[in-house]
Design a protein around this ligand. Structure first.
Ligand SMILES: Nc1ncnc2c1ncn2[C@@H]1O[C@H](COP(=O)(O)OP(=O)(O)OP(=O)(O)O)[C@@H](O)[C@H]1O
Length: 507
């Protein structure tokens, strides 16, 4: 972006765990969603029911038309963002007018740009350190938002600092002491710094963003958020963004918005059109074998598989690895370095299957994800929207398959109710699935032994801390199975109707 840096005006001249685990309260919020029309009265709404002609006209809008600084228009061009997305077209002009914004738009629709661009524009007009604070519920998302700010602001000399749990406090403190323009933080760690770092305060902040705002405003973050809001200046702009938003005025009031404009570019809880959603109704005891069948059927794709617990992610990953599939777990009990390493392997396509808890359900932008599998059904229906939104992003297509056991029917019905539609049945031949059962059973045995070995090793070496690490090279149990005459779960032998060693699925 050297061209832009020639323009002096566009240079800035100024010298723990936050697991996305949801809560009872979140479910209650969902239950009330259909009854709460009245409570919206506090917000000034922008209706988005324009005709198709209007939409076509809007499509032609350029970044410049939105009123953005030339340097930022160039940054968008360089990112190959040809034109603003719908939420960007609607939210950016409002934000540039200096209003507080509540932005509600479907997953993968460009909400990050919708809040980052007006902030960068304002920063260029009034260059200042500690200019904006972005709060986000998970660490990985904080890094991703930091990268997006840096990509959009690289030509204008922007300095960002990501402040998240699980990373070295001292190193983070040093970065904060350098007075970045933008701080992207998970609430818990930010509070740690506010309480322990001499001279660090947020009195200068001009913009506060709550990304995944409904999650941040939930009770789980209540204590931290109150502490943060107390030390932020009242004279600031506040942006709330999410694909699912609380409608409870009481909760929104906590964000101390001033005459907010609500920019809502999709119907509530809509999933994107290019997303094919289906479900499979199966007995709980056959979940693994159906999962393996799906992976076999759709071999060659990139998968995100969601489980309800950390332990399930590890167990499932071990089972799949025993079958020769490139699966890697990601969950909140892994050390932060391992979490990032797992995510990077998946992003770099070194692994084609990421198995995670809801820690990865919100916000993560990995364009090559083709299929989301809800191996364990989400307990909170809103999490469904976020999970399936990891695929079919930014206009691409994708698939989401939800396994529904006999114990999940009520939760599944809640999801359909929230979506306002019925999903289609994922068709599969039972005989074909059951043909895999023996191999899967052997892989389950191997996984069980490996899990036990992992736990023993953990007990021996370290207590607490980095539990359930992913130990990808952990093959002790597999070797023993082989010595006992087994195949260690099937290794790379082909079974079913596809060759497992083909395509991207190598170990
Ligand atoms: N105007 C644009 N044109 C093309 N691509 C864009 C544009 N704006 C953003 N993108 C890309 O779209 C993808 C999704 O954007 P982003 O992560 O901001 O979505 P989101 O709405 O925040 O999704 P989620 O609700 O899942 O957090 C990113 O890869 C981003 O680089």
């Amino acid at each position: 972006m050297s061209e832009t840096s020639e323009d002096e005006q566009t240079q800035l001249q100024t010298s723990d765990e936050e697991e996305d685990l949801g809560s009872e309260e979140e479910q209650e919020d969902e239950d009330n969603n259909h009854k709460e029309g009245d409570s919206e009265a506090a917000l000034s709404g922008e209706d988005d029911k324009g005709s198709e002609d209007d939409a076509a006209e809007e499509q032609k809008l350029t970044w410049k038309d939105l009123g953005l600084n030339e340097a930022l228009c160039q940054a968008c061009d360089e990112l190959k963002w040809k034109a603003p997305s719908k939420i960007q077209r609607e939210a950016i002009p409002v934000a540039l007018q200096g209003k507080d914004v509540i932005g509600l738009a479907e997953t993968g629709s460009g909400k990050t740009g919708a809040f980052a661009l007006p902030i960068l524009h304002a920063l260029l007009e009034n260059p200042q350190r500690y200019f904006a604070l972005v709060l986000t519920p998970t660490r990985e998302l904080a890094f991703q938002i930091g990268e997006q700010f840096e990509a959009l602001g690289s030509g204008i000399g922007i300095k960002c600092c990501v402040v998240v749990g699980g990373m070295d406090m001292v190193a983070q403190g040093l970065q904060l002491a350098k007075k970045p323009h933008i701080i992207i933080a998970t609430p818990g760690r930010l509070v740690d710094h506010l309480e322990n770092m001499k001279g660090f305060n947020l009195k200068a902040i001009k913009y506060l963003v709550m990304d995944e705002a409904d999650r941040i405003l939930n009770m789980d973050f209540e204590v931290e958020l109150d502490k943060i809001l107390k030390v932020l200046p009242r004279e600031r702009r506040t942006f709330l963004f999410s694909a699912t938003m609380t409608k409870k005025v009481k909760k929104l009031q906590r964000a101390s918005l001033k005459d907010p404009v609500k920019v809502e570019v999709s119907n509530k809880y809509q999933t994107v059109e290019q997303l094919q959603q289906s479900y499979l109704f199966i007995p709980v005891k056959y979940k693994d074998v159906y999962l393996v069948h799906i992976l076999n059927e759709l071999a060659g794709n990139s998968f995100m598989i969601f489980c309800s617990t950390c332990n399930n992610t590890v167990k499932t990953a071990l089972m799949l690895r025993a079958l020769g599939l490139a699966a890697i777990p990601l969950h909140g009990q892994m050390s932060q370095n391992k979490r990032l390493a797992a995510l990077n392997k998946f992003k770099a396509k070194n692994r084609s299957i990421l198995i995670s808890t809801d820690v990865a359900s919100r916000g993560l932008d990995i364009p090559h994800v083709d299929v989301v599998v809800n191996f364990d059904i989400p307990t909170h229906s809103k999490d469904y929207i976020h999970r399936v939104g990891r695929t079919a992003r930014a206009g691409r297509s994708g698939k989401a398959i939800t396994l529904v056991s006999q114990y999940d029917i009520e939760l599944y019905q809640r999801i359909e109710h929230l979506l306002g539609k019925q999903l289609t049945l994922y068709k599969c031949e039972e005989d074909e699935v059951m043909a895999l059962q023996e191999r899967v059973a052997e892989a389950q045995r191997t996984a069980k032994l490996e899990l036990k070995d992992l736990e023993d090793t953990r007990g021996g070496h370290k207590r607490g801390g980095d539990t359930h690490d992913d130990s990808e090279n952990f093959t002790g149990a597999r070797k023993r199975m082989k010595q006992m005459g087994g195949t260690g779960g099937g290794g790379r032998k082909s079974f079913g109707k596809k060759n497992w060693s083909k395509g991207k699925q190598k170990r």
